[in-house]
Design a protein around this ligand. Structure first.
Ligand code: F6P
Length: 499
């Protein structure tokens, strides 16, 4: 039985996008919002005044404001694991005690960075960061987007257990000038621990005098790092209540802080904090993460869109789609609500994407003429990330905006259906003033809160990820006891490839 709010949402007329601006002169200003260096534009989506009102009704029905306060108050809203979700405290927003603790741990990180910069660990030119999932994707997005600003260290972030990844990084680096950052919240993750052991072996083989003396541990399990052989002075802990995919603000962000400089890292945190304050205080109709969640839910549940696509029209943000895949799909790819009951409809859409303009020459055919309706998100920056002829950036942006217009408007062709474009296809545009630490911090925090808002409106817990466990357990059992009792296909594959 749908709730009154869901009934109201479902009863709203679905507008014709092509003509949506004609019926409402104020639409552009109503559906755009500027927060600091970021402008959000939802005017080319199906959101209408009526739909937004109905979604606001839903947010009241689920006590969204109360759930949001619980997040910032450090309550144990991750009920299945009995934990709080205190990533905002890393940015200075949240329970005073947790904010103070995060600040102290940041000071510790800064202290170690000062030591490294003063050659206290010997000469350092390379940072080899091993970690996976949230312990890699976050710092990787940041270093990729902003790494050139400082350009002080060469950073490689290695996640895959496939040795090809680590070997490639090691081939570039001088083992005598490398520090190894082991990033793992649990300090038990198979891939990370194997990569870390191989990196130590590489240093030993090269005759590095004290390889363990060049290891930094970034973890919420400091005792495990010390057992592994990292000296306490080089363990940079973070709070257990910071989830893996929300951890780039903590010591997991160490390679970014080192590569960009402490000032830039602080600006990243401040950008995120400004989005925290906006999310916490702005009224629902002016609240960027909440409006974005309304749009997500409309497409997932009312138009039954199974995917959403994110295209960064900026090479600096090329890793953002991969980062968002973990954030959104690991958080909200659930089938049960926080109380264990089945969900009321589809949850997280499948997030996918790439960079413009490359994607235009690959996947945009389906977006314009395929049978799936895919809500598209364009992210662009007014300023370029390079100093080449301004024509490059102009062409990039013109293409970005043209794609949104084409999806909306379409084009009839009565003579040749193969050349007709249906149009009426939704897109959102997020335009940054520039890809600065502050803007990137705010952008990523926007996505975190949007994911949280989606979860609260659906009644699910976005902070656990039990779905990833079964495959890991089976892999461990094969290693421990050998392949036993699997289906014939799995048994044959193991036999053929592993003997
Ligand atoms: O397998 C999923 C996961 O637990 C992610 O949530 C996490 O970001 C990643 O593994 C890495 O975990 P850890 O930081 O503990 O090594």
């Amino acid at each position: 039985m749908p709730s009154p709010a869901w009934t109201a949402i479902a009863n709203q007329p679905v507008p014709e996008l092509k003509t949506i601006f004609e019926s409402d002169a104020g639409r552009l200003s109503k559906l755009t919002l500027t927060h600091g260096p970021i402008r959000f534009d939802w005017s080319k989506t199906h959101l209408t005044d009526g739909l937004i009102d109905a979604f606001v009704q839903l947010s009241e029905e689920v006590d969204f404001a109360g759930r949001r306060e619980a997040l910032f108050a450090g309550e144990k809203i991750n009920n299945t694991e009995g934990r709080a979700a205190e990533h905002p405290a890393e940015r200075g927003e949240g329970k005073a005690e947790s904010v103070a603790q995060a600040k102290a741990l940041h000071s510790r990180m800064r202290g170690l960075i000062d030591v490294i910069e003063a050659d206290g660990l010997g000469p350092v030119r390379h940072i080899l960061h091993v970690g996976i999932g949230g312990s890699a994707l976050g710092p990787d997005v940041i270093v990729n987007a902003l790494g050139d600003e400082g350009g002080r260290y060469d950073v490689a972030i290695v996640s895959n257990v496939d040795g090809t990844a680590l070997e490639g990084a090691m081939a570039r680096f001088d083992p005598h000038a490398t520090i190894l950052a082991i990033a793992s919240k649990t300090f038990t993750t198979t891939e990370t621990m194997l990569n870390a052991a191989s990196a130590i072996g590489w240093m030993q083989e090269a005759g590095v005098e004290d390889p363990y003396g060049r290891v930094i541990a970034l973890t919420a399990s400091p005792e495990k790092a010390m057992e592994w052989g990292v000296d306490e002075t080089r363990v940079l802990p973070f709070n257990e209540s910071v989830g893996g995919r929300y951890s780039l603000w903590s010591s997991i962000g160490f390679p970014a802080a080192l590569a960009l400089g402490w000032g830039a890292f602080e600006s990243l945190l401040e950008g995120a904090a400004s989005m925290d304050r906006h999310f916490r205080l702005a009224a629902p109709r002016e609240n960027a993460p909440l409006i974005a969640a309304f749009s997500d839910l409309f497409y997932a549940r009312i138009l039954q869109c199974q995917t959403r696509a994110v295209f960064a029209y900026d090479e600096r943000l090329k890793l953002l789609p991969s980062y968002l895949q973990q954030l959104e799909m690991e958080s909200n790819g659930k089938s049960v609500k926080a109380d264990g009951s089945p969900v009321d409809g589809p949850t997280a859409a499948i997030t996918w994407g790439g960079v413009g303009t490359d994607a235009q020459h690959a996947v945009f055919q389906l977006l314009h003429q395929g049978t799936h309706i895919v809500p598209v998100e364009f992210i662009a920056s007014k300023e370029p990330g390079h100093s080449l002829d301004p024509e490059h950036h102009r062409t990039l942006l013109v293409n970005c905006f043209a794609q949104g217009a084409a999806l909306l408007r379409g084009k009839d062709n009565a003579d040749d259906p193969a050349r007709a474009y249906p149009g009426n296809r939704p897109s959102t545009t997020i335009l940054l003033d520039d890809v600065t630490p502050e803007a990137l911090g705010a952008l990523i925090a926007f996505y975190e809160h949007r994911t949280f808002a989606n979860a609260m409106l659906m009644g699910i817990n976005p902070f656990d990820q039990f779905g990833v466990e079964l495959g890991k357990e089976i892999a461990k059992s094969i290693e421990k006891d050998g392949p036993k009792g699997f289906d014939p296909s799995t048994m044959a594959l193991i036999d053929l490839a592993l003997g």
